[in-house]
Design a protein around this ligand. Sequence first.
Ligand code: SF4
Ligand code: SF4
Length: 382
Amino acid sequence: MNRDYRYWKQLKEELLEAAPGLGIDKLGVTTAEPFHELKERLIRHRERGHESGFEEPDLDLRTDPSLHMPEAKSIIAIAVAYPTKLKNAPVSVPGRRRGILARSAWGEDYHQALRRRMANLSEWILERVPDAMLLPMVDTGALSDRAVAERAGIGWSGKNCSVLSPELGSWMYLGEMITSLPLPPDSSLPDDCGDCTLCIDACPTGALVGPGQLNAQRCISFITQTKGFVDDEMKLKIGNRLYGCDTCQIVCPVNRKVDIRHHVELLPDPEVVKPLLRPLLSMGNREFKEKFGSSSAAWRGRKPIQRNALIGLGNFRDAESVPDIVTVLRNDPRPELRESAAWALGRIATPEALEGLREAREGEESVEVLGAIDRALEQRSN
Ligand code: SF4
Ligand code: SF4
């Protein structure tokens, strides 16, 4: 068969028609050229100390598709939309306070959801081009999903650092497949943020240090995923977020009315995505896996979620949870949890909470936890 330009153009048109049947909401194509501009930006980002630490350290791997596949000719970018509204959301009341997971972690783990679609896409291509070389990439941290999606015309890069699709907003999972097929590329979309700065203004921590510039060290989304101690300023900003932060996406006008619910496996279970906080404190590993194992929020294990639950109870000043928090402060072997428990008790500051702090101080050996206990007690005596 003569595979000339018309052949690849026709194949791409057929692929665009087939995409919804493959579970894909938006599909675009870009060349396999290196992402030169992105590399410059990543170098500056690193120099400023704004990386999260979760990134692939090799900037060439992140910006040059040919390092992953020397025969690369094009990259197919896909987007899969996820729901944004929680129907029948349980109410958070004193004594039964609840936390919240970011919308990207609501349904089935997106790694699974995207991998299945990549498998569908590979099968569809190989049926038509058996000698195609295909390399699906799902959150490998290697190529930048956002840069690929932007160049492939899925959306423009918003000031909140999300890719914004006119149809799906930024509520979408992104994945890409490097291919040896010379598919005709799409054009990127014009930036439509205009004068709007709602996301920058709404960010609780000032993590959006400029349009499209994120200091991940101050971003709640990253901080909720760390496993260590969280400083007290950030604890206040975390609120009741257990995993991730959606604020700069929620305020975005492009996102406001978007709620795509046709992928049933991505629909949220309200008790999982807005769970009661107190039961999380004593949750064992098995229980954690049963409750959160199918969500991408589980990728860092239970410790960050339990630490964030303590922070949430402190921010709610939930007096009824004091006995549970005191139990953590006395008995939990993980200092990061005891430190957050001490902070939460200092915020709640009922006589029972202060008593719990004083008692725990006697047997505590961790410098960080002792510091948190002393700060909590000092604040109350001032
Ligand atoms: Fe700010 Fe939250 Fe957006 Fe991070 S995710 S930039 S903390 S609003
Ligand atoms: Fe752009 Fe405004 Fe959305 Fe921010 S909130 S990404 S500035 S449209």
